[in-house]
Design a protein. Structure first.
Length: 320
């Protein structure tokens, strides 16, 4: 790519910084836009993240366009390719699959477009992508550590994973496995299946697991997002079990989960502060476009939220 082309892209990106908007659905990106591609805006976690993104964009006085990958890597790739052709200035991506977008991000970076990831990292490409997110391995380990502390003599555990192929799922599973292994052989994973981050799918997975156990039950169900935890809770209640018999843990600290924790229905959730993730990413991108400041990855430390520290949850004010 020519130097003049790079300068043109930088100039158009800077021009876009003077415009304030959150582009409506169907509006095409322009050469000065910052495009934000979320993996799936049907998930409460990303709905909240979008709200914080648009608030931060307004504070910074920049224009952002939001794209919904609809949990489909092919759609996310085609959306970003279309945006690339339109000559955008920067892209913030929460990828559906951590490796499926590497060729696309390489093409974007090769044309001088600023590319960063949020929540889920992007790997496998020629151009390293700065990442803004929580330490998901630490989050998974925090869930496992809670199990070990709560059941000192051992426990039977079910793990319901989120989106296959996403770095968040891979890393959270890694943390869970490491934490339970550190507790010893008495901590057994009796089932591990994906719920694809969906409430209804986690409900079905939990129902099937409970049926397969023939009247017995696990001690804990670790759901790698809160929407799936809601489905697991429904299945447990439907099967006639209580929260004292089966502890349910989630991930994301959404208001509904916080309410369930306060009521004693749910044991814990992991706070990873989606608002801080996206705000930090957007500020770094804008600072780079304005002042050519280097962009460095930023990792947030997750916090396990229980009834004892509910006030530490970033969305506690939204709890009903």
């Amino acid at each position: 790519m020519s130097i003049s082309r790079r300068h043109m892209l930088a100039a158009t990106a800077l021009f876009g910084l003077s415009t304030l908007a959150a582009c409506s659905k169907g509006e095409e990106a322009g050469s000065g836009d910052i495009v934000v591609s979320f993996s799936d805006l049907s998930q409460p976690f990303f709905v909240a993240m979008r709200r914080d993104l648009e608030d931060e964009a307004q504070k910074l006085g920049v224009k952002v366009q939001v794209l919904d990958g609809q949990n489909n890597s092919s759609k996310q790739v085609s959306d970003l390719e279309a945006a690339r052709i339109q000559g955008i200035g920067a892209v913030i991506i929460a990828p559906t699959d951590s490796k499926a977008l590497s060729s696309t991000t390489d093409a974007l970076a090769g044309e001088g477009v600023i590319v960063v990831s949020v929540d889920r990292s992007i790997g496998g490409g020629k151009h390293p992508v700065p990442h803004f997110g929580a330490d998901n391995v630490a989050g998974g380990r925090a869930m496992a550590d809670w199990v070990v502390r709560t059941y000192p003599k051992g426990a039977k555990v079910v793990v319901i994973t989120n989106d296959p192929g996403s770095s968040s799922s891979i890393e959270r599973v890694k943390g869970v496995h490491e934490g339970l292994a550190a507790g010893g052989a008495a901590y057994q994973i009796v089932a591990e299946q994906t719920g694809n981050s969906k409430r209804d799918q986690a409900l079905s997975v939990t129902q099937n697991v409970l049926t397969s156990m023939g009247g017995a039950h696990p001690d804990a169900i670790l759901c790698l997002n809160d929407d799936m935890a809601m489905g697991a809770l429904e299945a447990i209640r439907g099967a006639g079990f209580t929260s004292k018999q089966i502890a349910v843990l989630g991930f994301d600290a959404i208001p509904e989960a916080l309410g369930r924790i306060k009521a004693g229905d749910m044991a814990a959730t992991v706070e990873q502060n989606p608002g801080e993730q996206i705000r930090t990413a957007l500020r770094a991108v804008v600072e780079h476009l304005k002042n050519n400041a280097p962009i460095a990855s930023n990792s947030l430390t997750p916090v396990l939220i229980t009834r004892d520290n509910l006030t530490e949850a970033s969305r506690i004010a939204e709890m009903k």
